[in-house]
Design a protein around this ligand. Structure first.
Ligand code: B12
Length: 227
């Protein structure tokens, strides 16, 4: 199948929340047709660039799902079905995104802050950074500030990535930075923040080192930060 058509089909099936061929979608008559799992495997077999699968088919379609959820067209279970498709696709892709035998570029601790359960974006960043050669230590979602700062100290990590998707939890990122200062480790770690409500202005306001709009921007910014 033509690569562009394959990418479009993956994106379409993410939006339909169809993980496997036997699954139904929003539209009638899709059962039995290849879904995200089969199409991603086909794309890998055909040698489609894994980065374009992530960028064009997965991240883009999840953004559309987000918009449909916000407009009320999709309900939470619909959105979770799409999120599961993205998660499974990322699992299938991760061995291809991880470059075998590449020397590690340093430890990168990543976490969604306390009070926030959104982890899809964080997981994408995590896999992309592993692919770019960083040793990623993923603490998960809803992680207390003390645990994040403790992990930075324990691993002597040069990089920390914080994710927040709620306007209420993005403030917690500032608490993490304050705690890093209190513990005397702020100077030894570069703090990158991300998540839909965050911005460059917000990063400056809380004293983070960088704001990244997506996983690819994170890899580019990290190149300029090499410790
Ligand atoms: C999926 C989702 C959920 C899922 C989360 C599932 C999961 N495992 O993550 C569930 C159903 C659990 C959920 C729950 C809630 N949600 Co919600 N959710 C979303 C939704 C639709 C999509 C988020 C998403 O995954 N986007 C796709 C990913 C790929 O994008 P991303 O996260 O932005 O990540 C990219 C970049 O931002 C960046 N990035 C992100 N983090 C980081 C970190 C670093 C270090 C770097 C470098 C980059 C980076 O790179 C990523 C990849 O490119 C958004 C709507 C939207 N349009 O965003 C609402 C949204 C975020 N949710 C919202 C709300 C209100 C909630 C709830 C409070 C709902 C409720 N009433 O219960 C709860 C809160 C639960 C909690 N305590 O966290 C609101 C937030 C509003 C606000 N201003 O605060 C939104 C905006 C929807 C809305 N308009 O109402 N949600």
């Amino acid at each position: 199948m033509d690569q562009q058509i394959l990418l479009e089909k993956i994106a379409f099936n993410v939006m339909q929340g169809r993980l496997e061929a036997e699954d139904e979608g929003f539209d009638e008559g899709l059962e039995g047709k290849p879904a995200v799992t089969e199409l991603v495997k086909e794309a890998i077999r055909d040698g489609v660039d894994p980065k374009s699968i992530v960028l064009e088919a997965l991240t883009g379609s999840m953004e559309v799902v987000g918009e449909k959820f916000e407009s009320g067209e999709y309900l939470i279970p619909d959105m979770l079905a799409s999120a599961e498709c993205v998660g499974v696709a990322m699992d299938l892709l991760s061995p291809y995104l991880l470059k075998a035998g590449v020397e590690t570029k340093g430890k990168f601790i990543i976490s969604t802050v306390k009070g926030d359960l959104h982890d899809i974006g964080k997981n994408i960043v995590s896999i992309m950074l592993k692919g770019a050669g960083y040793e990623v230590i993923d603490l998960g979602a809803d992680v207390p500030t003390d645990r994040i700062v403790g992990a930075v100290k324990e691993h002597q990590a040069p990089y920390l990535g914080l994710s927040a998707l709620l306007t209420t939890t993005m403030r917690v990122m500032g608490d993490v930075i304050e705690k890093l200062k209190e513990e005397g480790v702020r100077e030894s770690v570069k703090v990158l923040i991300g998540g839909a409500p965050t911005s460059k202005e917000f990063a400056d306001q809380i004293g983070a080192d960088a704001h990244c709009k997506d996983a690819f921007e994170a890899t580019n910014i990290l190149k300029t930060m090499a410790h």
